[in-house]
Structures are given as C-alpha cells and as structure tokens.
Design a binder for this molecule. Structure first.
Ligand SMILES: NC(=O)c1ccc[n+]([C@@H]2O[C@H](COP(=O)([O-])OP(=O)(O)OC[C@H]3O[C@@H](n4cnc5c(N)ncnc54)[C@H](OP(=O)(O)O)[C@@H]3O)[C@@H](O)[C@H]2O)c1
Length: 297
C-alpha cells in the first residue's frame, strides 16, 4: 500500500487530493500550512522522516499571481525553496515527489498545444518561481520526481473563476469576460485522480500535463456556466484583455498537450477528458459550495 504525504493540504487541490486518497482507503497524511511550512527545511525533513511516506505530493504554493510581481522573492521562497526542501527530504529518505506546476511556465503565445518538453519562457514572476520549483524537483530527484502541470483550476474548496461566475450570475444583470485568452478549465478532482493514477502506474519520472482536453476562452467558459445555471448566456459579454489590465500579464494561449500520458506503462493512464463534460459533472458541487459560502457571508 502506498503511503502518501500531501503538503498544502488546506488548499483547493490539496483538499480534493486528500479526500480522494481517503475515499480509496489509501494511507495519507495531509499537512496544511499551519502544520508544515514548506519553506522551513528542518520541519520538512522532520515531517518526511517522521511519516516515511512512499510519495510526497506538493500542493503548497504561492498562487497569488498578481501579488507575486511585487513579492517575487517571497513567492520564490515558497514555490522554489519549498520544492527544493521537499526534494532534498525525498532524496534523503528514498521517496518519490510529485511537484505541481502551471501553464504560466510558458510564454503563452503558441499556436498549438504546448508539449511537455517545449522550452519554458515564463513572462510573470509567478511563472518564473514555479519553473524554478520544477527544476528544483527534477534536478534533485532525476529518477523519482514527477512535475504535474495544470491550469485554469476550479474546485469546491477554494476561489476560482467558475465560483466567481456562479456568484456574479446571482448578483449582476451582465458580466464582461475576456474572450482572447485560451485554455482548458480543469476540475481539481480530475487532477487528484490523475496524480493517483500516475503514481500507481509507476510511470517514468518527468513532466506530465494534467488539464482537461479541448479548449475554450474565459468568455466561452462563462457562457457555459450561465447556461448550466439556467441563466441567459447572452448576459455574458466579450471584452479584450486590454480592457482589464493586471500587474501580471495573462497568457493568451495556455493550452497544454497530453502526449506524455501515452508513455505511461500498461494499462496506461488516459488524459483527463473534455472540459465541458468535467464542468457538468462538477457543477452541482460547485454551486452548493458557492451558495454555502454566500449564505455564511
Ligand atoms: N488554481 C489554479 O488555477 C492553478 C493553475 C495552475 C497551477 N496551479 C498549481 O496547482 C497547485 C495547487 O493550487 P491550488 O489552486 O490548490 O492553490 P491554493 O488553493 O492557493 O492552495 C495552495 C496552498 O498552499 C498553502 N501554502 C502557501 N504557502 C505555504 C507554505 N509556505 N507552506 C505550506 N503551505 C503553503 C496555502 O495556504 P494559505 O492559503 O494559508 O496561504 C494554500 O492552502 C499549486 O502548485 C499551483 O501553483 C494552480
């Protein structure tokens, strides 16, 4: 039986991963920020030595993309320093590491899905710090680290574009949404399942892309959400990104390719399915979570 240690277990993905492992009856220790600060090298060593996991999944991250522009050093401490501490702990105790990463490692200007081995060229502080985290994991654990890149995440246990749209559909007559950024809306529960399958498949170490298949824009996603709510999708209006300047530029094209999954050993791990199907499956849980949060004030 594989023993798991999940860091950042209080976050959106970490919560769903711990829940998925628990429901499968797999032994898992979830450590949130209060119980393990990944920037504390000694605490990381103690946590791994004390629990002796077979695999560590690092869901801890500085995820405030805009704030990272003015605080790159602090973001780097978490996103790269944390990964390096965990990789060192895993190297010392012989366990595998799954390091979560992001589409922001790429420039976001491609005309076809990014392959796992395309050359990264981050354009934001967040992207640079996450790329440094990937390298910390892969360099220290060349034979036993997985980098799992994901993007456009939504889930029941954290803020996301999907939950924001559910809220705005209740509050506003119309919503303006950017129509010139392309990506793959991805459910945290699907990423959790993908991580579990990857580890159990004994796949070759390296980089994997855990995003939904297909692609849309934020505008396309918002219209789908309004449709699912029974609201008029025409209440969502398209705007260009230039109408919504932000400290960190958003990638115009974040679509990730899924070729590496084909190389996983028999019986193989298929990539996550189409984004619209996943959204439909997740939707009741997302609406319930958003309405509960609104009721709690
Ligand atoms: N959300 C997305 O759309 C998205 C897209 C691409 C990639 N990713 C990647 O996916 C992974 C999971 O993201 P998520 O959406 O679940 O993020 P999240 O909800 O922000 O969770 C990250 C967790 O890390 C914790 N954390 C921050 N600093 C820490 C530290 N020094 N030590 C330990 N824990 C710390 C946070 O705690 P506090 O809340 O207390 O700070 C939070 O609970 C991350 O690697 C992220 O970069 C996310």
């Amino acid at each position: 039986m594989t023993r798991w240690l999940v860091t950042g277990a209080g976050g959106m993905l970490g919560t769903d991963l711990v829940a998925a492992l628990t429901s499968r009856g797999e032994p898992v220790t979830g450590m949130d920020r209060a119980s393990l600060d990944v920037t504390d090298a000694a605490a990381v060593t103690d946590a791994i030595a004390g629990r002796r996991p077979d695999v560590v999944v690092n869901c801890a991250a500085w995820t405030a993309v805009d704030d990272a522009e003015a605080s790159e050093e602090q973001a780097l401490a978490v996103n790269a320093g944390g990964a390096a501490n965990l990789a060192a702990g895993c190297a010392a105790l012989g366990c595998r590491l799954v390091q979560l990463s992001t589409d922001y490692v790429f420039a976001g200007d491609a005309g076809r899905p990014y392959a796992e081995d395309d050359v990264p060229a981050p354009r934001t502080a967040y992207g640079r710090t996450k790329l440094a985290g990937e390298r910390a994991a892969l360099d220290r654990l060349p034979g036993s680290a997985y980098v799992v890149r994901t993007a456009w995440l939504y889930g029941a246990h954290g803020p996301s574009f999907v939950r924001t749209m559910i809220k705005l559909a209740d509050e506003r007559p119309t919503v303006d949404v950017v129509d010139d950024q392309h990506g793959q809306p991805t459910w945290t529960a699907d990423v959790a399942a993908q991580i579990i399958a990857l580890v159990h498949s004994a796949a070759v170490p390296g980089i994997y892309h855990a995003t939904s298949s297909g692609q849309t824009t934020w505008f396309g996603l918002a219209r789908e959400i309004f449709g699912l709510l029974g609201a008029d999708p025409a209440r969502v209006r398209p705007i260009p990104s230039s109408a919504l300047p932000r400290p960190a530029p958003r990638p115009a094209y974040s679509v990730l390719g899924h070729r590496a999954w084909a190389a996983t050993r028999e019986p193989g791990v298929p990539p996550i399915g189409e984004w619209r199907t996943a959204l439909h499956r997740a939707f009741p849980e997302l609406v319930a979570a958003q309405r509960a949060a609104a009721a709690a004030g």
